[in-house]
Design a protein around this ligand. Structure first.
Ligand code: HAM
Length: 429
Protein backbone atom coordinates (compact mmCIF):
# COMPACT_ATOMS: atom_id res chain seq x y z
CA UNK A 1 0.00 0.00 0.00
CA UNK A 2 1.43 3.37 -1.04
CA UNK A 3 0.89 6.07 1.60
CA UNK A 4 -0.64 9.41 0.61
CA UNK A 5 2.30 11.26 2.21
CA UNK A 6 4.57 9.61 -0.36
CA UNK A 7 2.80 11.13 -3.34
CA UNK A 8 5.30 13.39 -5.10
CA UNK A 9 3.87 16.03 -7.39
CA UNK A 10 6.80 15.91 -9.78
CA UNK A 11 7.79 13.98 -12.89
CA UNK A 12 10.18 11.06 -12.41
CA UNK A 13 13.89 11.96 -12.62
CA UNK A 14 15.08 12.59 -16.17
CA UNK A 15 11.53 13.05 -17.50
CA UNK A 16 9.50 16.19 -17.99
CA UNK A 17 6.19 17.65 -19.09
CA UNK A 18 5.85 19.49 -22.37
CA UNK A 19 3.48 22.37 -21.92
CA UNK A 20 2.62 25.72 -23.56
CA UNK A 21 5.03 27.09 -26.17
CA UNK A 22 7.43 24.20 -25.62
CA UNK A 23 4.76 21.68 -26.60
CA UNK A 24 4.17 23.58 -29.82
CA UNK A 25 7.89 23.68 -30.60
CA UNK A 26 8.07 19.87 -30.41
CA UNK A 27 4.88 19.52 -32.43
CA UNK A 28 6.23 21.96 -35.03
CA UNK A 29 9.52 20.09 -35.30
CA UNK A 30 7.83 16.69 -35.72
CA UNK A 31 5.42 18.15 -38.29
CA UNK A 32 8.27 19.60 -40.34
CA UNK A 33 10.32 16.40 -40.13
CA UNK A 34 7.28 14.29 -41.08
CA UNK A 35 6.58 16.58 -44.01
CA UNK A 36 10.14 16.15 -45.32
CA UNK A 37 9.87 12.37 -44.93
CA UNK A 38 6.50 12.25 -46.71
CA UNK A 39 7.88 14.20 -49.68
CA UNK A 40 10.66 11.60 -49.94
CA UNK A 41 8.15 8.75 -50.04
CA UNK A 42 8.13 7.61 -46.39
CA UNK A 43 5.00 6.35 -44.64
CA UNK A 44 4.15 6.84 -40.96
CA UNK A 45 4.23 4.13 -38.31
CA UNK A 46 3.57 4.13 -34.58
CA UNK A 47 4.53 1.19 -32.41
CA UNK A 48 3.72 0.61 -28.72
CA UNK A 49 5.80 2.24 -26.00
CA UNK A 50 6.16 -1.19 -24.38
CA UNK A 51 7.57 -4.22 -26.16
CA UNK A 52 8.46 -7.67 -25.02
CA UNK A 53 11.78 -7.40 -23.17
CA UNK A 54 13.40 -10.26 -25.10
CA UNK A 55 13.04 -8.37 -28.39
CA UNK A 56 15.90 -6.06 -27.47
CA UNK A 57 18.50 -8.50 -26.12
CA UNK A 58 19.75 -10.15 -29.28
CA UNK A 59 19.26 -7.10 -31.43
CA UNK A 60 20.69 -4.10 -29.60
CA UNK A 61 23.17 -6.49 -27.95
CA UNK A 62 23.36 -7.95 -24.45
CA UNK A 63 26.66 -6.16 -23.70
CA UNK A 64 25.65 -2.68 -24.79
CA UNK A 65 25.03 0.10 -22.26
CA UNK A 66 21.42 0.31 -23.40
CA UNK A 67 20.73 -3.29 -22.40
CA UNK A 68 23.15 -3.73 -19.49
CA UNK A 69 22.45 -0.47 -17.70
CA UNK A 70 19.64 1.52 -19.26
CA UNK A 71 16.69 -0.72 -20.13
CA UNK A 72 13.48 -0.04 -18.19
CA UNK A 73 12.32 -3.63 -17.83
CA UNK A 74 9.24 -4.65 -15.86
CA UNK A 75 7.09 -7.62 -15.06
CA UNK A 76 3.36 -7.05 -15.52
CA UNK A 77 0.73 -8.29 -13.06
CA UNK A 78 0.00 -11.01 -15.63
CA UNK A 79 3.65 -12.11 -15.48
CA UNK A 80 4.79 -10.81 -18.90
CA UNK A 81 8.27 -9.35 -19.13
CA UNK A 82 8.06 -6.08 -21.00
CA UNK A 83 10.43 -3.16 -21.56
CA UNK A 84 9.92 0.52 -22.29
CA UNK A 85 11.33 0.93 -25.78
CA UNK A 86 14.86 2.35 -25.66
CA UNK A 87 14.90 3.02 -29.42
CA UNK A 88 12.72 2.57 -32.50
CA UNK A 89 14.57 0.43 -35.04
CA UNK A 90 14.03 -2.94 -33.36
CA UNK A 91 10.27 -2.40 -32.75
CA UNK A 92 9.85 -1.35 -36.37
CA UNK A 93 11.63 -4.44 -37.61
CA UNK A 94 9.30 -6.45 -35.35
CA UNK A 95 6.34 -4.68 -36.95
CA UNK A 96 7.75 -5.34 -40.44
CA UNK A 97 7.55 -9.09 -39.81
CA UNK A 98 4.36 -9.03 -37.79
CA UNK A 99 2.51 -7.30 -40.65
CA UNK A 100 4.12 -9.36 -43.42
CA UNK A 101 5.61 -6.26 -45.02
CA UNK A 102 8.11 -8.48 -46.85
CA UNK A 103 5.31 -9.36 -49.28
CA UNK A 104 4.99 -5.71 -50.37
CA UNK A 105 7.29 -4.01 -52.90
CA UNK A 106 10.64 -3.29 -51.25
CA UNK A 107 12.08 -1.24 -49.76
CA UNK A 108 9.57 -0.32 -47.08
CA UNK A 109 10.24 3.25 -45.96
CA UNK A 110 8.83 4.30 -42.61
CA UNK A 111 9.08 7.32 -40.37
CA UNK A 112 8.10 7.66 -36.71
CA UNK A 113 8.37 9.91 -33.72
CA UNK A 114 7.67 9.64 -30.04
CA UNK A 115 9.17 9.05 -26.61
CA UNK A 116 11.96 6.56 -25.85
CA UNK A 117 13.40 5.56 -22.49
CA UNK A 118 16.91 4.90 -21.23
CA UNK A 119 17.74 4.73 -17.53
CA UNK A 120 20.90 6.78 -17.77
CA UNK A 121 22.28 9.44 -15.44
CA UNK A 122 20.39 12.59 -16.42
CA UNK A 123 22.67 15.42 -17.57
CA UNK A 124 22.67 18.11 -20.24
CA UNK A 125 21.17 16.61 -23.40
CA UNK A 126 20.71 13.21 -21.77
CA UNK A 127 17.30 12.36 -20.38
CA UNK A 128 15.60 9.20 -19.24
CA UNK A 129 12.65 9.99 -21.42
CA UNK A 130 13.58 11.62 -24.71
CA UNK A 131 11.96 12.05 -28.09
CA UNK A 132 13.22 10.91 -31.44
CA UNK A 133 12.23 11.37 -35.03
CA UNK A 134 13.31 8.26 -36.93
CA UNK A 135 13.50 6.92 -40.47
CA UNK A 136 13.91 3.29 -41.54
CA UNK A 137 14.38 1.91 -45.06
CA UNK A 138 13.96 -1.86 -45.01
CA UNK A 139 14.59 -4.22 -47.90
CA UNK A 140 17.46 -2.62 -49.78
CA UNK A 141 21.23 -2.91 -49.44
CA UNK A 142 21.90 -0.31 -52.10
CA UNK A 143 24.20 2.57 -51.21
CA UNK A 144 21.65 5.09 -52.50
CA UNK A 145 19.38 4.22 -49.55
CA UNK A 146 22.19 5.02 -47.09
CA UNK A 147 22.61 8.36 -48.87
CA UNK A 148 18.84 8.93 -48.85
CA UNK A 149 18.68 8.55 -45.06
CA UNK A 150 21.68 10.83 -44.50
CA UNK A 151 20.19 13.36 -46.90
CA UNK A 152 16.91 13.39 -45.01
CA UNK A 153 18.57 13.83 -41.64
CA UNK A 154 20.61 16.68 -43.05
CA UNK A 155 17.55 18.28 -44.68
CA UNK A 156 15.46 18.03 -41.52
CA UNK A 157 18.21 19.59 -39.43
CA UNK A 158 18.64 22.35 -42.02
CA UNK A 159 14.89 23.01 -41.97
CA UNK A 160 15.20 23.20 -38.19
CA UNK A 161 17.67 26.06 -38.63
CA UNK A 162 20.84 24.02 -38.10
CA UNK A 163 22.41 23.84 -41.55
CA UNK A 164 26.10 23.64 -40.77
CA UNK A 165 26.43 20.54 -38.64
CA UNK A 166 29.23 18.20 -39.59
CA UNK A 167 28.37 14.63 -40.44
CA UNK A 168 30.81 11.96 -39.34
CA UNK A 169 30.68 8.72 -41.22
CA UNK A 170 32.40 5.35 -41.14
CA UNK A 171 32.02 1.81 -42.40
CA UNK A 172 32.35 -0.97 -39.84
CA UNK A 173 32.34 -3.75 -42.44
CA UNK A 174 30.17 -6.82 -42.72
CA UNK A 175 30.20 -10.34 -41.31
CA UNK A 176 33.11 -11.30 -43.59
CA UNK A 177 35.58 -8.55 -42.86
CA UNK A 178 34.54 -7.23 -39.44
CA UNK A 179 35.59 -10.35 -37.46
CA UNK A 180 39.14 -10.05 -38.83
CA UNK A 181 39.39 -6.40 -37.83
CA UNK A 182 37.79 -7.15 -34.47
CA UNK A 183 40.35 -9.90 -33.78
CA UNK A 184 43.22 -7.55 -34.64
CA UNK A 185 41.71 -4.88 -32.41
CA UNK A 186 41.43 -7.31 -29.51
CA UNK A 187 45.00 -8.58 -30.00
CA UNK A 188 46.27 -5.02 -30.10
CA UNK A 189 44.38 -3.92 -26.97
CA UNK A 190 45.37 -7.06 -25.08
CA UNK A 191 48.98 -6.04 -25.50
CA UNK A 192 48.11 -2.69 -23.91
CA UNK A 193 45.68 -4.04 -21.31
CA UNK A 194 47.59 -2.64 -18.34
CA UNK A 195 47.64 0.87 -19.80
CA UNK A 196 43.93 1.26 -20.50
CA UNK A 197 41.12 2.43 -18.18
CA UNK A 198 38.96 -0.01 -16.21
CA UNK A 199 35.97 0.57 -18.53
CA UNK A 200 38.09 -0.32 -21.54
CA UNK A 201 39.25 -3.53 -19.84
CA UNK A 202 35.56 -4.48 -19.57
CA UNK A 203 34.90 -3.46 -23.17
CA UNK A 204 37.83 -5.60 -24.27
CA UNK A 205 36.03 -8.62 -22.82
CA UNK A 206 32.45 -7.86 -23.86
CA UNK A 207 32.23 -5.33 -26.64
CA UNK A 208 35.66 -4.56 -28.13
CA UNK A 209 34.42 -2.21 -30.86
CA UNK A 210 33.33 0.20 -28.13
CA UNK A 211 37.00 0.57 -27.14
CA UNK A 212 37.12 3.13 -29.92
CA UNK A 213 34.46 5.20 -28.16
CA UNK A 214 36.54 5.76 -25.03
CA UNK A 215 37.03 9.43 -24.11
CA UNK A 216 39.38 8.78 -21.16
CA UNK A 217 42.63 10.75 -21.81
CA UNK A 218 44.66 7.78 -20.60
CA UNK A 219 43.42 5.61 -23.50
CA UNK A 220 43.81 8.19 -26.28
CA UNK A 221 47.41 7.41 -27.33
CA UNK A 222 46.55 3.69 -27.48
CA UNK A 223 43.38 4.36 -29.44
CA UNK A 224 45.31 6.54 -31.91
CA UNK A 225 47.51 3.59 -32.88
CA UNK A 226 44.73 0.96 -32.92
CA UNK A 227 44.12 -1.05 -36.14
CA UNK A 228 41.82 1.05 -38.31
CA UNK A 229 38.74 -0.59 -39.78
CA UNK A 230 39.35 0.96 -43.16
CA UNK A 231 42.41 -1.27 -43.78
CA UNK A 232 40.29 -4.38 -43.12
CA UNK A 233 37.19 -3.68 -45.22
CA UNK A 234 36.52 -6.37 -47.83
CA UNK A 235 36.11 -5.36 -51.47
CA UNK A 236 32.25 -5.22 -51.45
CA UNK A 237 32.22 -3.16 -48.23
CA UNK A 238 34.85 -0.78 -49.60
CA UNK A 239 32.83 -0.40 -52.80
CA UNK A 240 29.62 0.22 -50.83
CA UNK A 241 31.30 2.84 -48.66
CA UNK A 242 32.83 4.53 -51.70
CA UNK A 243 29.42 4.71 -53.38
CA UNK A 244 27.78 6.23 -50.29
CA UNK A 245 30.48 8.90 -50.12
CA UNK A 246 30.13 9.61 -53.83
CA UNK A 247 26.37 10.10 -53.42
CA UNK A 248 26.97 12.52 -50.54
CA UNK A 249 29.47 14.45 -52.62
CA UNK A 250 27.06 14.61 -55.54
CA UNK A 251 24.48 16.12 -53.14
CA UNK A 252 27.11 18.51 -51.76
CA UNK A 253 26.71 17.13 -48.27
CA UNK A 254 29.83 17.81 -46.25
CA UNK A 255 31.09 14.89 -44.18
CA UNK A 256 34.16 13.75 -42.28
CA UNK A 257 35.31 10.14 -42.19
CA UNK A 258 35.85 9.05 -38.59
CA UNK A 259 37.24 5.53 -38.42
CA UNK A 260 36.65 5.47 -34.66
CA UNK A 261 32.90 5.88 -35.06
CA UNK A 262 31.29 2.55 -34.08
CA UNK A 263 27.94 3.54 -32.44
CA UNK A 264 26.46 2.10 -29.27
CA UNK A 265 24.12 -0.55 -30.65
CA UNK A 266 25.25 -3.96 -31.91
CA UNK A 267 22.99 -4.23 -34.93
CA UNK A 268 25.03 -2.05 -37.28
CA UNK A 269 27.01 -3.19 -40.29
CA UNK A 270 28.74 -1.20 -43.03
CA UNK A 271 27.68 2.47 -42.91
CA UNK A 272 27.42 4.23 -39.55
CA UNK A 273 27.07 7.97 -39.12
CA UNK A 274 26.41 10.70 -36.59
CA UNK A 275 25.59 14.38 -36.76
CA UNK A 276 26.96 16.26 -33.76
CA UNK A 277 27.36 19.67 -32.27
CA UNK A 278 31.08 20.42 -32.17
CA UNK A 279 32.85 20.05 -28.81
CA UNK A 280 33.80 23.31 -27.09
CA UNK A 281 36.41 23.97 -24.38
CA UNK A 282 33.78 23.40 -21.73
CA UNK A 283 31.43 20.88 -23.32
CA UNK A 284 31.94 17.64 -25.21
CA UNK A 285 30.35 17.28 -28.67
CA UNK A 286 26.75 16.14 -28.52
CA UNK A 287 25.19 13.83 -31.12
CA UNK A 288 21.95 15.27 -32.48
CA UNK A 289 21.33 12.30 -34.75
CA UNK A 290 22.78 8.91 -35.51
CA UNK A 291 22.13 5.92 -37.67
CA UNK A 292 23.48 3.39 -40.05
CA UNK A 293 22.93 0.16 -41.89
CA UNK A 294 21.64 -2.90 -40.05
CA UNK A 295 21.75 -5.72 -42.57
CA UNK A 296 21.76 -8.53 -39.96
CA UNK A 297 19.09 -7.29 -37.57
CA UNK A 298 16.30 -9.23 -39.31
CA UNK A 299 18.24 -12.47 -38.92
CA UNK A 300 19.01 -11.67 -35.27
CA UNK A 301 15.25 -11.42 -34.68
CA UNK A 302 14.63 -14.79 -36.32
CA UNK A 303 13.96 -13.67 -39.91
CA UNK A 304 14.47 -16.45 -42.46
CA UNK A 305 15.87 -14.36 -45.30
CA UNK A 306 18.46 -11.58 -45.21
CA UNK A 307 16.85 -8.16 -45.02
CA UNK A 308 19.30 -5.35 -45.65
CA UNK A 309 18.15 -2.08 -44.08
CA UNK A 310 19.33 1.37 -43.09
CA UNK A 311 17.95 4.14 -40.89
CA UNK A 312 18.59 6.98 -38.51
CA UNK A 313 17.06 8.82 -35.58
CA UNK A 314 17.22 12.48 -34.64
CA UNK A 315 17.13 13.41 -30.95
CA UNK A 316 14.37 16.04 -30.84
CA UNK A 317 15.19 17.23 -27.31
CA UNK A 318 18.79 17.92 -28.25
CA UNK A 319 17.82 19.62 -31.51
CA UNK A 320 15.31 21.88 -29.77
CA UNK A 321 17.83 22.80 -27.05
CA UNK A 322 20.44 23.85 -29.61
CA UNK A 323 21.09 27.62 -29.77
CA UNK A 324 19.87 29.03 -33.08
CA UNK A 325 17.27 26.33 -33.71
CA UNK A 326 14.28 27.58 -35.71
CA UNK A 327 10.97 28.10 -33.95
CA UNK A 328 8.93 25.70 -36.09
CA UNK A 329 5.35 26.22 -35.06
CA UNK A 330 2.77 23.59 -35.91
CA UNK A 331 0.33 24.30 -38.69
CA UNK A 332 -2.74 23.12 -36.87
CA UNK A 333 -2.49 25.36 -33.86
CA UNK A 334 -4.47 28.52 -34.28
CA UNK A 335 -4.29 31.09 -31.57
CA UNK A 336 -7.80 32.35 -30.78
CA UNK A 337 -8.29 35.93 -31.91
CA UNK A 338 -11.65 36.28 -30.16
CA UNK A 339 -12.61 35.93 -26.51
CA UNK A 340 -16.20 34.83 -25.92
CA UNK A 341 -18.08 36.56 -23.10
CA UNK A 342 -21.57 35.55 -21.98
CA UNK A 343 -23.94 37.40 -19.65
CA UNK A 344 -26.99 35.84 -18.02
CA UNK A 345 -28.29 32.29 -17.90
CA UNK A 346 -29.88 32.33 -21.39
CA UNK A 347 -26.61 33.41 -22.92
CA UNK A 348 -24.63 30.83 -20.95
CA UNK A 349 -26.93 28.13 -22.25
CA UNK A 350 -26.53 29.31 -25.83
CA UNK A 351 -22.78 29.73 -25.62
CA UNK A 352 -21.75 26.18 -26.51
CA UNK A 353 -23.93 26.30 -29.63
CA UNK A 354 -22.23 29.55 -30.68
CA UNK A 355 -18.78 28.00 -30.13
CA UNK A 356 -19.90 25.01 -32.19
CA UNK A 357 -20.95 27.31 -35.07
CA UNK A 358 -17.48 28.86 -34.95
CA UNK A 359 -15.77 25.46 -34.79
CA UNK A 360 -17.51 24.51 -38.04
CA UNK A 361 -16.13 27.71 -39.50
CA UNK A 362 -12.65 26.78 -38.10
CA UNK A 363 -12.50 29.76 -35.75
CA UNK A 364 -11.07 28.89 -32.34
CA UNK A 365 -12.31 30.91 -29.37
CA UNK A 366 -11.07 31.50 -25.88
CA UNK A 367 -13.61 31.83 -23.10
CA UNK A 368 -14.28 31.74 -19.42
CA UNK A 369 -17.67 30.05 -19.30
CA UNK A 370 -17.50 29.40 -15.58
CA UNK A 371 -17.48 33.14 -14.86
CA UNK A 372 -20.63 35.31 -14.76
CA UNK A 373 -19.72 38.98 -14.43
CA UNK A 374 -18.85 41.16 -17.40
CA UNK A 375 -15.93 42.88 -15.68
CA UNK A 376 -14.33 39.56 -14.62
CA UNK A 377 -14.59 38.17 -18.13
CA UNK A 378 -13.32 41.38 -19.72
CA UNK A 379 -10.44 41.38 -17.24
CA UNK A 380 -9.47 37.84 -18.28
CA UNK A 381 -9.81 38.76 -21.96
CA UNK A 382 -7.43 41.67 -21.45
CA UNK A 383 -4.85 39.49 -19.70
CA UNK A 384 -4.86 37.00 -22.58
CA UNK A 385 -4.01 39.73 -25.11
CA UNK A 386 -6.64 38.41 -27.47
CA UNK A 387 -7.53 41.29 -29.83
CA UNK A 388 -11.35 40.87 -29.98
CA UNK A 389 -14.10 40.06 -27.52
CA UNK A 390 -17.48 38.70 -28.52
CA UNK A 391 -20.27 39.48 -26.07
CA UNK A 392 -23.51 37.53 -25.88
CA UNK A 393 -26.09 38.98 -23.44
CA UNK A 394 -29.81 38.50 -22.85
CA UNK A 395 -30.77 40.98 -25.58
CA UNK A 396 -28.40 39.45 -28.11
CA UNK A 397 -29.83 35.98 -27.46
CA UNK A 398 -33.32 37.32 -28.29
CA UNK A 399 -32.06 39.21 -31.38
CA UNK A 400 -29.83 36.39 -32.64
CA UNK A 401 -26.78 38.69 -32.55
CA UNK A 402 -23.49 39.21 -30.69
CA UNK A 403 -21.45 42.32 -29.96
CA UNK A 404 -17.90 42.15 -31.27
CA UNK A 405 -15.53 44.53 -29.53
CA UNK A 406 -12.05 45.51 -30.66
CA UNK A 407 -10.10 45.28 -27.39
CA UNK A 408 -7.49 47.80 -28.55
CA UNK A 409 -9.76 50.60 -29.84
CA UNK A 410 -12.85 49.62 -27.77
CA UNK A 411 -15.05 50.14 -30.88
CA UNK A 412 -17.96 47.70 -31.15
CA UNK A 413 -20.17 46.18 -33.85
CA UNK A 414 -23.41 44.24 -33.56
CA UNK A 415 -23.23 41.17 -35.81
CA UNK A 416 -25.93 38.58 -36.50
CA UNK A 417 -25.08 34.97 -35.69
CA UNK A 418 -25.52 34.12 -39.37
CA UNK A 419 -22.81 36.62 -40.35
CA UNK A 420 -20.57 36.02 -37.36
CA UNK A 421 -18.10 33.55 -38.91
CA UNK A 422 -17.51 35.70 -42.01
CA UNK A 423 -17.25 38.84 -39.90
CA UNK A 424 -14.66 37.30 -37.56
CA UNK A 425 -12.66 35.96 -40.50
CA UNK A 426 -12.49 39.46 -41.98
CA UNK A 427 -10.94 40.91 -38.81
CA UNK A 428 -7.19 41.47 -38.63
CA UNK A 429 -5.53 39.20 -36.01
P1 HAM B 1 20.96 6.55 -31.00
O1 HAM B 1 22.28 7.12 -31.45
O2 HAM B 1 21.00 5.71 -29.79
O3 HAM B 1 20.39 5.72 -32.22
O4 HAM B 1 19.93 7.73 -30.79
C1 HAM B 1 19.68 8.67 -31.80
C2 HAM B 1 19.66 10.07 -31.22
O5 HAM B 1 18.73 10.13 -30.14
C3 HAM B 1 20.98 10.51 -30.60
O6 HAM B 1 21.86 11.04 -31.59
C4 HAM B 1 20.53 11.59 -29.63
O7 HAM B 1 20.35 12.82 -30.30
C5 HAM B 1 19.17 11.07 -29.17
N1 HAM B 1 19.30 10.44 -27.84
C6 HAM B 1 19.74 9.20 -27.57
N2 HAM B 1 19.73 8.97 -26.24
C7 HAM B 1 19.28 10.11 -25.66
C8 HAM B 1 19.03 10.53 -24.30
N3 HAM B 1 19.24 9.71 -23.27
N4 HAM B 1 18.57 11.78 -24.09
C9 HAM B 1 18.34 12.63 -25.12
N5 HAM B 1 18.55 12.30 -26.42
C10 HAM B 1 19.02 11.06 -26.68
C11 HAM B 1 19.21 5.04 -32.20
O8 HAM B 1 18.38 5.15 -31.35
C12 HAM B 1 18.99 4.21 -33.43
N6 HAM B 1 17.70 3.52 -33.30
C13 HAM B 1 19.01 5.10 -34.67
C14 HAM B 1 18.79 4.30 -35.92
C15 HAM B 1 17.64 4.21 -36.62
N7 HAM B 1 19.68 3.51 -36.48
C16 HAM B 1 19.11 2.93 -37.55
N8 HAM B 1 17.90 3.33 -37.63
Amino acid sequence: MIKKENIKLQTPKGMRDLIGEEYYRYQGFFEKASEVAIYYGFQPIETPILESESLFYHSIGAHTDIIEKELYALRTKGGDRLALRPEGTVPIMRAYFEHGLQSQPQPIMLYYHGPFFRHDNPQKGRYREFRQFGLEVMGSGKSITDALVIRLVSTILTEAGLPDLAIEINSIGDRDCRPIWRRELVNYYRKHAKDICADCRERLKDNPLRLLDCKNPKCQPIKAEAPSVISYLCVPCKQHFKEVLECLEAMKITYTINNNLVRGLDYYSRTVFEVSLPATDTEPGLALAGGGRYDYLARALGGKKPLPAVGAAIGADRVLATPGVANLLPRLVKKPKVFFIQLGSEAKMRSLSVIEILRHARIPVAHSLSKDSLSTQLGIAEKTNIPYAMILGQKEVIDGTVIVRDMRTRSQDVVTLDDLADYLKSLKG
